[in-house]
Ligand binder design. Sequence first.
Ligand code: FAD
Length: 473
Amino acid sequence: MASPLDTVRRHRSFASQLKRSAEVIVVGAGLSGLNAAHELQQAGISCLVLDAHDGLGGRLRNGACGAWIDDVHQPRAWNLVRSLGIEMMEEKLAAGKSVVQGAGSYEHGSVPNFSEDDRRSYTRVRDNLEGLSQRVDLNNPTLWLPNFGSMNVRELVVSQGATPVIQKLADAWTANLFGLAARDVPALYFLLVCKTAGGFLNAIGQPALPSRRLRFRAGAPAFCNALAGRLTPGSVILSQAVQWIDQTSSNKVVLTTLAGEVFQCSRVVLAVPTASYRNIDFSPALSDHKQWMQEFDQPGFHAEVVLAYEKPWWREQGLNGFAQSLDGPVWETRDSSCDADGLYSLTCVLAGEAGRRLWDMSEGKRRETLLAHISDLFSEYNPFPNPMEIIWSGFEPDNWIRHVPCPALPTCYMRDLAQDQWAIEDKLHFVGSETSHVWRGQIEGSLASGSRGAEEVLSVLRPVADELMVPRL
Ligand SMILES: Cc1cc2nc3c(=O)[nH]c(=O)nc-3n(C[C@H](O)[C@H](O)[C@H](O)COP(=O)(O)OP(=O)(O)OC[C@H]3O[C@@H](n4cnc5c(N)ncnc54)[C@H](O)[C@@H]3O)c2cc1C
């Protein structure tokens, strides 16, 4: 029987007359790929973007409907949003109290109303995780392998004095970031991802410095569409899943897609989730320390559901809409209303195994279980009104998009952190939010990685002459 690669090769010979060329081909029209393409075209490089789907935007297309950015800690995202003229809405956390399941309401940013023991444990664990995350060396994360290399996040928080309640809170942190329970996330990787966000508090969305948390008024896809609108018309080619990237045949790179089309370029920017590398044949094979990306199917589940209401009933109760659960399946709710449009909503994060179980239920059961859980979360504020509408973000995970903000690198691969995992391989550059050294797994990280990829390519294709280099002071 012919292997998939044989089929692709046959297609290639049939389709050789269809070959299209550009200096650079970006694989993946998510935010990282679009940003890389935009910066390359700005610098005068001809560039095409291929995406497997029939729409652009990747994870922001429909999975992350309530996505937010922070105007102080995420400068790339904030500057781009402003330059594209995208309208944002602010989440007003200070306007009311937050809720933690079983502990009632508390002033946002202060310690939740746990028991005395749990409050002490919360403060200690929070401060210690902030300190530890700050001390991770991004250039040399394996320095801490002897301390945390074989530990998971559950064990990490226990080692810092977490009571059973605070251990459950750790599940909420990891569910939000990785779509996994704390016991399934390696401690060192968790600390590393927190460090990329500027520390643990930033990573869990409770930054120490005052900032605004902003959502896209017309939804996150509008952001991707606006960025794509800055590209040369015709640059984005959809429904082209790249199946083979061949760097062996000439001094050009040849890309063959599932549809049998062939593209050729001098450089490739790979802007697909690491979990999707397994769908691509690389000739030559990726180096050893990148093999893990093709070897395992990353676990984790993360989705959003919007509950639309006639009125913001939580505000009438003195709440800001932010509620945290200790067991899932809804780990977090947030006020995602657009007051200017008279639309009031709570966006719920469903994550981890509990989230996946709920997602897989029949529609009626799913609705019933979700509302029972939200009602329990806000039990002090019953009667809890029924929403007018429930909007499930409507994604089906597939080969091309994995719906977790940041996949967790398994413990057995922690030693690979010693390598520069995203180093260029011949003419192949690696970007995407999970390759970022800032805000890994977030919008800011995807933009930063796209810029890094564009810079790498520019330094090869348009090197700056030595005499033009401005000496650093
Ligand atoms: C539910 C959810 C909520 C989130 N909420 C937030 C939030 O509030 N704030 C925040 O900052 N971030 C959030 N994120 C994270 C954010 O959405 C991502 O970090 C960002 O969108 C990733 O962009 P990317 O370009 O790296 O990858 P992606 O968006 O995954 O884009 C990759 C693209 O590659 C394409 N592709 C894959 N394989 C191939 C192939 N073989 N050939 C061609 N194309 C291919 C895919 O179709 C896809 O379009 C959330 C993520 C999820 C899932």
